[in-house]
Design a protein around this ligand. Structure first.
Ligand SMILES: Nc1ncnc2c1ncn2[C@@H]1O[C@H](COP(=O)(O)OP(=O)(O)OP(=O)(O)O)[C@@H](O)[C@H]1O
Ligand SMILES: [Mg+2]
Length: 325
């Protein structure tokens, strides 16, 4: 991997806000803006442990962002803050121009453990969410919307089953249907597929991807799975190890939005991207925790485009024989 690193172009170093050159997101494009948040917990002797601080991250509307980092770096904490389940110790999160305060049906969470109501049927679980969102809607309308969401995740025909009658993958589908049924502005997912077998995980990733692309859903998802991030994300946020974790980089996924899982590994830039992510998890997540580059600016973490580097490498390789001639 180290051979690839020199080709990885870091863009976000220049001070002025020339977006094309720096890769920075213009303010007008920020749909979600995490602005300098910190999370601290009390520690013995009256001190505080800082899980992370001064964390900045903008997201566009319709963007699929994955966050990757080792256990304990604060990923779930960031997601909980986005959901409004936890308040940051400092900083704020702005969604669609408004600072969030507490939970909202605009932000739906899909938990790793699906958190279904065991006494309700599939339809009952989803309809309950729909009726919380549209309190005055007639029952028939609520059921119709819930059934549409259930069909979207491939569970038509299982509406009357209870969670105890469903497999793990089916339960997770109900969780996804429930989240989608309320038409949220943001979908927040905390390792939603990690407890599933590989086959079910793949199918659900396909479904979530299809639904998000079709509906233009804005998604923030945590995963430990590099391949899942490559398949799903437009941008991948890399966190250094904790405590005092930082956004080390924001990696732009160069693969086309229209992706086919079975052909992914043939796409130009795939291996550069995958190697970059694995190299980060294996070594750089720790080395960067211990020492960030001097010009690191937490407000504008470096934007990295591994595929551009590959194109550069190809261009250099093509030029080399000509130079030698
Ligand atoms: N209530 C709490 N009191 C003290 N420390 C806490 C509390 N909740 C979380 N932490 C600490 O915050 C850190 C970040 O936790 P978090 O669950 O966000 O990590 P994570 O990146 O999601 O990890 P994982 O990948 O294992 O899910 C951990 O070190 C955890 O011990
Ligand atoms: Mg977590």
């Amino acid at each position: 991997m180290s051979k690839l690193l020199p080709f990885v172009r870091r863009i976000a170093r220049a001070a002025p806000d020339h977006d094309a050159r720096t890769g920075r997101m213009p303010n007008a494009e920020k749909f979600i803006s995490i602005e300098g948040i910190a999370r601290r917990y009390p520690a013995p002797a009256g001190k505080a442990t800082t899980i992370f601080e001064n964390l900045w991250l903008p997201m566009r509307r319709g963007e699929f962002v994955c966050m990757i980092g080792h256990s304990g770096c604060g990923k779930t904490t960031v997601l909980n803050i986005l959901a409004g389940l936890e308040a940051p110790s400092e900083g704020a999160v702005i969604v669609d121009g408004q600072a969030i305060q507490g939970t909202s049906l605009d932000r739906a969470v899909i938990f790793q453990g699906h958190a279904l109501l065991p006494w309700r049927s599939v339809l009952g679980n989803v309809a309950y969410a729909v009726s919380s969102r549209w309190r005055k809607a007639p029952k028939a309308e609520i059921e119709a919307r819930a059934k549409r969401a259930i069909a979207t995740v491939g569970l038509a025909g299982s509406e009357h089953k209870r969670p105890s009658e469903l497999s793990g993958g089916m339960k997770q589908r109900v969780g996804i249907a429930r989240a989608l049924s309320i038409d949220p502005k943001i979908l927040l997912m905390d390792e939603p597929f990690s407890a599933l077998d590989a086959l079910t995980r793949g199918t659900l990733q396909d479904e979530v991807r299809r639904i998000c692309v079709e509906t233009g859903q804005t998604v923030f998802m945590i995963t430990h799975d590099v391949d899942e991030a490559i398949y799903l994300a437009d941008r991948i946020v890399l966190m250094t190890n904790g405590p005092e974790a930082k956004v080390a980089e924001i990696v732009e996924n160069p693969l086309p939005k229209d992706r086919d899982r079975t052909q992914l590994h043939h796409a130009p830039g795939y291996y550069a991207l995958r190697n970059h992510l694995i190299d980060f998890l294996v070594t750089r997540s720790k080395t960067l925790r211990d020492a960030m580059p001097e010009d690191y600016d937490p407000r504008h973490p470096p934007i990295v485009r591994p595929a551009l580097s590959e194109a550069d490498a190809a261009a250099i390789a093509a030029e080399a024989p000509a130079r030698r001639a």
